[in-house]
Design a binder for this molecule. Structure first.
Ligand SMILES: O=C(O)CCC(=O)C(=O)O
Ligand SMILES: [Fe+2]
Length: 362
């Protein structure tokens, strides 16, 4: 029901019960570290091998980095942020028309994460759009605000180009051909999420988005310029990734972790909320095409064939939208496969990602 949208509901003085996390799962905001070491990489440097090595280093150590002088103009980014904010200020009846809680929908305005299944909600509304190929999806995008389609489609095209440039640097950093990752991922899907986190009466008790890794290949995030909220997990501590003016925050997703045989990490991250300012972020997700088989290159995986971890990701990618009985068979198949095949990467990683895989799948 559209009334569940936080951007429609009247302001709350206290946090409604169904947003309150159990004590042990709360964000403990006072323990968050402000680490200025999350790498900031200047993409305009004439020294390409320096860019490649900085990105490789960031991917291995952090799984996260920010890029500046990335080629997308400040004017464009201001327009995108502006139109996103305008969208969430539309009158309730306009937003209600776009509301859906069906995760299979390729254009939906929704709230929290998956309101149909979850017991505790997140303090977030979001507009989720499929963006590639544009001509297929743009006709169904919101027609208000008036310039929404025009600005967002230009933005998506530019972000895609930036993503491909980054794939080139990441491939080279792994010792592969420049176009290796682009070729493996195939005719990539691209999704966009405009995340809107309203002011929250009790930010200590809830999340905008709880800890997760991104299941796609690469995420290109435009953060709110005024308000921080993104945090990444490093060595057991949550580190705030404060916005750098008009930078993009880039993170490695699970598919690139698999492709790099775990050398580059898809890092746990979360978004927290605050009591005095609303926040917005715009995430662009580059995803392999549905038929892509993600496995690590033999140079990275020491000549081994598909590991279980890679199989999990392949199956996740290809079957995540299937109905429950089909998923059940797939999970059984995976379990048998796990036993039959000798694991080629260390057990701990497989277990960790196996469990996050099961979370997505269900
Ligand atoms: O809002 C943010 O800073 C994080 C968003 C995010 O992690 C996501 O959309 O997957
Ligand atoms: Fe994320």
């Amino acid at each position: 029901m559209a009334e569940q949208l936080l951007s429609i509901a009247p302001c709350h003085d206290t946090l409604p019960k169904n947003y309150i996390r159990p004590e042990s799962q709360r964000p403990r905001l006072s323990e968050v570290v402000t680490d200025t070491n999350i790498p900031i990489i200047d993409l305009s440097s004439p020294n390409k091998s320096l860019i490649i090595s900085q990105i490789a280093n960031a991917c291995e150590k952090y799984g996260f980095f920010q890029v500046v002088n990335h080629g997308i103009t400040e004017e464009m980014l201001r327009k995108v942020m502006g139109i996103g904010k305008e969208f969430f200020k539309l009158p309730p009846e306009e937003k209600a028309k776009l509301y859906s809680d069906d995760p299979a929908k390729k254009m939906r305005l929704s709230t929290s994460f998956n309101v149909r299944k979850e017991t505790v909600h997140n303090w977030r509304d979001y507009l989720r759009l499929h963006c590639y190929p544009l001509e297929e999806f743009v006709p169904d995008w919101p027609s208000k605000p008036e310039l929404f389609k025009e600005i967002m489609s230009t933005y998506c095209t530019q972000v895609r180009q930036l993503g491909f440039r980054l794939f080139g640097y990441i491939s080279e950093g792994l010792g592969l051909e420049t176009d290796y990752i682009e070729n493996v991922l195939g005719e990539q899907e691209q999704h966009l999420a405009v995340n809107y986190y309203p002011q929250c009466p009790e930010p200590e008790l809830t999340y905008g988005l709880p800890a997760h890794t991104d299941p796609n290949a690469l995420t290109i995030l435009l953060q709110d310029q005024q308000v921080s909220g993104l945090q990444v997990l490093k060595e057991g501590k949550w580190i705030a990734v404060d916005p750098v003016p008009w930078a993009f925050t880039i993170n490695i997703g699970d598919q690139l972790q698999a492709l790099s045989n775990g050398r580059y990490r898809s890092v746990w991250h979360r978004a927290v909320v605050n009591s005095n300012k609303e926040r917005m972020s715009i995430a662009s997700f580059l995803c392999p095409c549905n038929s892509a088989l993600i496995f690590s290159h033999k140079c990275i995986s020491n000549g081994s064939s598909l590991s279980n971890f890679e199989w999990l990701l392949c199956f996740h990618q290809n079957h995540r939208n299937h109905e429950l009985p089909c998923k059940f068979v797939l999970v059984l198949f995976l379990l048998v496969l796990s036993v039959v095949r000798n694991l080629t990467i260390n057990q701990r990683k497989i277990k960790l990602h196996g469990s996050s895989y099961f979370l997505w799948l269900w």
